[in-house]
Design a protein around this ligand. Structure first.
Ligand code: PA5
Length: 447
């Protein structure tokens, strides 16, 4: 794939080329398992061919619903958590103008998120902020039973109904959920909300290319066809028929597993553009929830550079040597800002005069790369030509595919998340949810 490349040249001081080549067969078989459906968690492989199977009718339906919601809304509140939040948040942050919020006249509605926390201040301030705006909502929950978005939706639904009446409110709310089960499905049917489905065989963190990711993005004015085109091309570029050396997902999966087996237990995803901040948050969920089980898994962390070179940089350079770094390296931005010459040169920066900011950023990136390698931190590079719908779609699919292959190489089921249930049980017990009274009593003794 031309517009995204993987480069693992800078891991060879830590893992030899022979060691990577020796993993070729193992990793290809893991990729084959993803396609044959014979691996663990094979009832959650619906995401594998999702980009290539989205039909024109589906695009049209999503765009139509997005248009209907946007028609009278200045602000659309998107409610969801985890995989029902981070995908659209990541794509939107990557593609939006950093200072869009300062623009007074906007073509598309502003998207704000709720239900991704239980902060009272957050929901209070959100309701206060949109008091004078026309609002609509998209509620996304595959299970339809997740507490955080359910609480936020109850509050926002009430607000919309208070303002517009029940009948009009129903036109301002869309739901994305399971096809058959869950409280949200029942509610959506009963209230007559426009609704979309997250297929049964697509898990939350792999759902960015379902309406769960696409509907909010379409409402924000993102070209979802181009996003899917990028994902589709990456789907083809990482297929089971693509040999290891040409398959970026296989190479990434091999590199990170080889490093892990050598004691590099932490992977830091680094980028040099704050637009990619939420891509890293999405990636952390994808890899953390997929791989961290049975006492195994690479711990996913992230930094935005150069900002974090002034904080985490010290640890990366000099702390415990259990880290490797994966850098999302963007070739060049579209915008051009040049450092000007200053007659007095009091800041001593005239040596930079005439250079683009991106050129300086690139030298910071390359200088840091060498420093980190010298400090014992292997470096994987994912090279993106630009940040746009196409490359972001390709990047997300690339990470999904590599995550599944990697999880199989680790020997775990990448598609379940048994560990996330424990906090929920305790929270329900402490809140006296019917059925949890006894556990609640026991837990209170420990507080
Ligand atoms: O990846 C996952 O399955 C989770 O992170 C879910 O996306 C998250 O818990 C939200 O679940 P739901 O969409 O059912 O509300």
């Amino acid at each position: 794939m031309e517009k995204i490349k993987i480069n693992i040249d800078n891991i060879y001081d830590f893992v030899s080329k022979d060691e990577i080549n020796a993993m070729k067969q193992e990793i290809e078989s893991c990729n084959a398992l993803v396609h044959s459906g014979e691996g663990k968690g094979n009832d959650f492989l619906g995401w594998v061919n999702l980009p290539s199977s989205i039909t024109d009718e589906e695009f049209t339906a999503i765009k139509k619903a997005a248009k209907n919601l946007s028609k009278d809304a200045e602000v659309i509140i998107v409610i969801g958590i985890g995989g029902s939040y981070l995908g659209s948040k990541a794509v939107l942050t990557a593609l939006a103008d950093n200072f869009d919020f300062l623009k007074h006249k906007k073509k598309d509605p502003v998207i704000v998120f709720a239900g991704q926390n239980i902060s009272e201040d957050y929901i209070h301030e959100l309701l206060k902020a949109v008091k004078k705006n026309e609002i609509a909502a998209i509620v996304i929950s595959k299970s339809g039973t997740t507490t955080e978005p359910a609480i936020a939706f109850r509050i926002i639904k009430n607000e919309i109904e208070k303002r517009y009446g029940k009948k009009q409110a129903a036109k301002r709310i869309a739901a994305v959920t399971d096809a058959k089960r869950g409280a949200l499905k029942t509610l959506a049917d009963q209230e007559g909300y426009e609704s979309f489905v997250i297929p049964d065989n697509v898990g939350g963190r792999f759902s960015v290319f379902t309406p769960g990711g696409l509907l909010p993005l379409a409402a924000a004015g993102v070209d979802i066809k181009e996003l899917i085109k990028g994902a589709r091309d990456m789907e083809a570029a990482t297929g089971a028929d693509i040999p290891f050396e040409n398959n970026p997902a296989c190479i990434y999966a091999a590199a990170r597993n080889a490093l892990y087996r050598k004691g590099k237990k932490i992977e830091i995803l680094a980028s040099y553009d704050p637009k990619l901040l939420y891509i890293a948050e999405w990636w952390k969920q994808l890899y953390g929830e997929s791989e961290g089980k049975e006492g195994k898994g690479i711990f996913p962390a992230s930094v935005t550079l150069t900002a974090d070179l002034h904080s985490m940089g010290q640890y990366i350079q000099d702390g415990e040597r259990t880290i490797f770094e994966t850098v999302i390296s963007v070739d060049k931005p579209d915008s051009e800002v040049i450092v000007e010459k200053d007659t007095d040169n009091l800041d001593g920066l005239n040596f930079l005069a005439g250079k683009r900011i991106s050129e300086i950023n690139k030298m910071a990136e390359l200088g840091t790369q060498i420093a980190h390698i010298d400090g014992g931190v292997p470096n994987i590079r994912i090279e993106l030509e630009k940040i746009n719908e196409y490359t972001i779609g390709a990047l997300l699919y690339f990470f999904e595919k590599a995550c599944a292959i990697s999880g199989y190489a680790l020997g775990i089921n990448p598609f379940d998340q048994p560990g996330v249930e424990d906090y929920k049980k305790n929270m329900f017990a402490l809140l006296d949810k019917p059925g949890y009274e006894k556990e609640g009593e026991e837990l209170r003794k420990r507080l």
